[in-house]
Design a protein around this ligand. Structure first.
Ligand code: ATP
Ligand code: MG
Length: 473
């Protein structure tokens, strides 16, 4: 089969001419081929393999492109990278790989195209299009990846036991592709991943997290987490989530399985936001429930302060997985910490002051918090579901209303500490803090509007109340 339409971009002609000049065979391979055949839209990274030096080919291509080209070389890997019109081109010489047991770094030798296809992770990732003049656009598919694409199957070119044990990152990649593409991992592969799951320990945390990001960014992330569970990888990567699994029963009382509930929440939020960190928040919103779970006769099952405990666990989890401990982490912590606030609020009559407090505490993230809470509705009772959604809608409406009137978001005290000091002729002291806090509380409670004149008047009365005397002006 010829696939010239895949190679319409002029860059492929340039590569062809360069390969011809150097008298080497060149092919497009891997993700670009797969995504073209799946019609997933043209990939932004293109992998070129040539039977010869990838570095020399990259140099030749760069010389033929207009303008000055910056080529990055990775001599140790024998690869070269260049950027052209928003496309990232990676060049590599065809190679044969053999593995040492204790690392995922293979011993590499020059090889044929076939050797190079053998070292690929999945049949759907081993397909290549020829860039050679006599066969331009020809699909070279030794493992019938085409069939697996049609059958939506993840399969390894070689024996799965060897493939996954050699490079355990492939376990994560298998699960990630299954989730991203909505494919099924073929049964021997699934078994091999399960058998070799402990090998994941030789993979760096960063690589694992990269794959988790891609799972979370998928349309239905639950598929990936269910596979992590099924293959036994879950407790090795996310013991906190694994601990949420299961239903206990005491005196005929049960609680929900918080692992499967969490996955539903993640799928729900994937429908309403692409914000990766909000998706992380959904994944972690209940992790405090395992360590806080208690039963007593009076209250049944409780998870007292699980939001607080959970937000502390977010830090530890990010740290363990070597994720950045930056504002993204703080955002996830904040979401987890506040995850029940709108729920409590919507259960009662929604008062303005409760909404003001919510906006004050959540600041700019109040909409994200509402999105999380809406995703958290997983009841199968349609009546309840409608009621909860309606209540949250009411909270959202009140947020807008209160916002317009009181501007609580990013609250700035309408009367400054300096003015309080001047008014009562005070040095910096506790009293100033007390008065400021009283003003803030009065605004949040709705006793006074968030305005200067009202706050000034309130400040005077407060000061007098605690025994201060205003200096006459
Ligand atoms: P995407 O870029 O969408 O994540 P991709 O298939 O292009 O998907 P890359 O990580 O860019 O994935 O890798 C490019 C190609 O290199 C893959 O298609 C595959 O053929 C090969 N490859 C990548 N990682 C491995 C691995 N760990 N083991 C074997 N082959 C791999
Ligand atoms: Mg790629």
């Amino acid at each position: 089969m010829e696939h010239q339409t895949a190679l319409e971009h002029p860059i492929f002609k340039t590569i062809q001419q360069s390969a011809k000049k150097l008298d080497v065979q060149a092919f497009v391979i891997g993700g670009y081929v797969r995504d073209f055949l799946l019609q997933r839209g043209n990939a932004k990274d293109i992998d070129i393999v040539c039977v010869g030096s990838g570095i020399a080919l990259a140099k030749e291509v760069a010389a033929r492109l207009p303008g000055k080209q910056e080529v990055k070389f990775f001599k140790n890997f024998g690869t070269a990278m260049l950027h052209h019109q928003g496309i990232e081109l990676e060049f590599v010489g065809a190679r044969k790989e053999s593995y040492d047991r204790n690392s995922r770094k293979p011993i590499v030798e020059d090889g044929s195209l076939e050797d190079d296809q053998n070292r690929r992770d999945f049949t759907i990732n081993a397909m290549a299009f020829s860039l050679n003049p006599d066969s331009f656009g020809k699909l070279i598919d030794p493992f019938n990846g085409m069939h697996d694409l049609e059958q939506k199957t993840i399969r390894t070119p070689l024996a799965p036991g060897i493939t996954y044990s050699d490079d355990p990152l492939r376990m994560m990649r298998a699960i990630r592709f299954a989730t991203q593409l909505d494919f099924t991992i073929e049964k021997d592969s699934l078994q091999a991943i399960t058998d070799h799951n402990h090998r994941i320990k030789i993979i760096s945390k960063e690589r694992i997290v990269d794959e988790v990001h891609k799972i979370l960014a998928s349309k239905k992330p639950s598929k990936g987490f269910a596979l992590l569970y099924k293959t036994g990888l879950l407790p090795m990567i996310f013991p906190e989530l694994d601990a949420l699994r299961g239903i206990d029963e005491i005196d005929g009382q049960t609680h929900k399985d918080n692992f499967w509930h969490t996955l539903e929440v993640v799928d729900n939020i994937a429908q309403t936001t692409d914000n990766l960190w909000l998706r992380w928040a959904a994944l972690l919103h209940d992790i405090g429930k395992a360590p806080t779970k208690r039963f007593d006769k009076k209250n049944g099952w409780t998870f007292h302060a699980h939001e607080f405990v959970g937000s502390k666990m977010v830090y530890k989890l990010f740290k363990r997985l070597k994720m950045p401990l930056n504002d993204k982490m703080k955002f996830v912590q904040k979401m987890v910490l506040m995850s029940s606030r709108p729920v409590i609020l919507s259960e009662d009559h929604v008062t303005d002051s409760a909404v003001r407090r919510l906006v004050f505490d959540a600041g700019d993230f109040v909409e994200d918090l509402m999105t999380l809470c809406e995703a958290d509705i997983t009841t199968k009772n349609p009546k309840k579901q409608r009621r909860y959604l309606k209540n949250f809608k009411e909270v959202r409406r009140k947020i807008v209303e209160v916002e317009e009137r009181d501007r609580i978001r990013n609250f700035q005290p309408p009367v400054s500490g300096e003015e309080i000091m001047k008014t009562f002729d005070l040095k910096p002291s506790r009293e100033i803090g007390i008065i400021k806090e009283a003003i803030k509380e009065a605004i949040l409670a709705g006793e006074i509007p968030n305005e200067y004149a009202a706050a000034k008047d309130f400040m005077l009365r407060q000061g007098i109340k605690i025994g201060l005397t205003p200096v006459s002006q």
